[in-house]
Design a protein around this ligand. Sequence first.
Ligand code: NAD
Length: 259
Amino acid sequence: MGLLDGRNALVFGVANDHSIAWGIAKALHAEGAEVGFSSVESLIERRVRPLATSIGSTFVEPCDVQSDEDIDRVFARWGESHDRLDILVHALAFAKREDLSGSFVETSRDGFGLAMDVSAYSLVALSRSARPFLRPGSSIMTLTYYGAEKVVANYNVMGVAKAALEASVRYLAADLGREGVRVNAISAGPIRTLAASGIAGFKQLYGGFDEIAPLRTNITIEDVGRSAVYLASDLSGAVTGEILYVDGGFNVMGVPTSG
Ligand code: NAD
């Protein structure tokens, strides 16, 4: 018996087998969920479909979350074979490389808008399009990072976008709660992924992490996947609007303890 037997999930954001979205998809599948995928078109055939096939998934649809037409089309396709959606996973973000280094004050209007649109507004757009399929007990989750609340060198515009994303989680939770739908975020510690490689100085961020985090270890996509199962399942049935830290306790530290 899996915790998610009989449930279905739609996961946005797999780029490759290092993606947090893939860690989540594997964990949901291991607990019995049927998993569908959506990613940007250029990744579908070479990267996403082989991974989907490896866990028996056939629903794989392209989507650029900046396009309302793309989003509508994904959910229309979902509706051809499903009458409900139990789990919606939003694990994607984007900012221009030049906005992930140097001074935040140099962020352009264009770069600011792009980061906000892809990384924060897309959660609102996906939740709205998913709404006709959501039922009491359905769970929406997204991925955020500590840089939303404290300054992290070079994270810059993405920190501001994550702050908007976290606020969106709370407003969506308030809107959708009366329909029995829960909305939460996982705040993950640093993990070596394609997106992370775009942040200047990520190596230092990642390298020093296990010396500061109380659990003295780095975070894996499997760690995030297990917590995603909790948020997707009835185990978190009374939890909504929350930011769940999957960071080995890093966020509780004020002055780091050595040794
Ligand atoms: P990743 O590169 O594997 O995934 C990012 C995904 O975003 C990719 O699949 C990419 O195609 C997608 N994406 C970008 N622009 C898009 C668009 N316009 N339309 C649709 N998809 C788009 O990296 P990841 O680290 O697994 O990132 C997943 C999420 O986790 C992101 O929100 C990221 O900010 C967050 N996160 C990452 C870390 C980390 O250290 N890696 C820590 C905390 C939170």
